[in-house]
Design a binder for this molecule. Structure first.
Ligand code: PXP
Length: 256
């Protein structure tokens, strides 16, 4: 999937290119689940994000159902008009759900119950055979498959090897770098992994920990064509409204 020209969306700037935005609405559900209430509804948030120009809606159905519920997935399959990207662990339970609901894309992520959020990337190299089988079953069903990996060449190569068409690079370590030298080093790792992914024929995405202050640096990496962003957009939406929060992020995702 090539990045598209902003002009295709009717903008005036003819030679600008925008990175695609997948809006992750998990934390709208986090707020709802804090009271086990019926609101705020992530399904409504997904529609507003699309109205604001999001290219994709991303949700993570976790084993413990701490935020997104099965009901959200089923409703979004019916209402999302762009692309629905389901993040999930490569378990038999999740595979069954994905094959029945058929999101446009599945992003395979590692999952530990005790983690606050997805902490590391998938170890594709170590779990090659299992992931080859899971990826194959999803691809056979017509679902695009992405692997969420740390920016390491061997993981990117393994993702391509087991048949994923997309690789999502984990930007968490870069976001949390304690000083400027480790930050520069992490950015170079992301740049190199993205190049490796593109050269292996993968579509390269990235995400985790991106916000309104740091996203421009990732946007400057030309081999990355899509970002999945959640927490910072939902947090900003509390003060600016969801539609404005998505628009503000999109405005920062233009490559000059
Ligand atoms: N991409 C993946 C694979 C994730 O697991 C997450 C977090 O759910 C994100 C992107 C979005 O991260 P954040 O909420 O920090 O923007």
């Amino acid at each position: 999937m090539a990045p598209f020209r902003v002009a295709e969306r009717g903008a005036i700037a003819l030679d600008m290119e925008r990175v695609r935005l997948g809006v992750n609405v998990d934390h709208v559900a986090t707020l709802r689940q804090a009271r086990k209430a019926r609101y705020p509804d992530p399904v409504a948030a997904a529609s507003i994000a699309e109205l604001a120009g999001a290219d994709q809606i991303t949700i993570h159905l976790r084993e413990d159902r701490r935020h997104i519920q099965d009901r959200d997935l089923h409703l979004m399959r019916q209402t999302v008009t762009t692309r629905l990207n389901l993040e999930m662990a490569a378990t038999e339970e999740m595979l069954k759900i994905a094959l029945s609901v058929r999101p446009d894309e599945v992003t395979l992520v590692p999952e530990r119950r005790e983690e606050l959020t997805t902490e590391g990337g998938l170890d594709v190299a170590e779990n090659y055979n299992d992931l080859e089988e899971t990826t194959g079953r999803l691809v056979e069903a017509g679902i695009a498959v992405s692997h969420f990996v740390d920016p390491e060449p061997q993981q990117v190569a393994a993702a391509a090897g087991v048949g994923a068409g997309i690789v999502e690079l984990h930007t968490g370590k870069w976001c949390e770098s304690p000083n400027s030298s480790s930050r520069a080093r992490e950015l170079e790792r992301l740049r190199a992994a993205a190049k490796e992914g593109r050269e292996a024929g993968l579509m390269v995405a990235a995400g985790h920990g991106l916000n309104y202050h740091n996203v421009h640096e990732i946007v400057s990496l030309e081999d990355i064509v899509e970002l999945n962003i959640g927490h910072s957009i939902v947090a900003r939406a509390l003060f600016s409204g969801f539609e404005q929060a998505v628009r503000d992020m999109l405005a920062l995702m233009v490559r000059r």
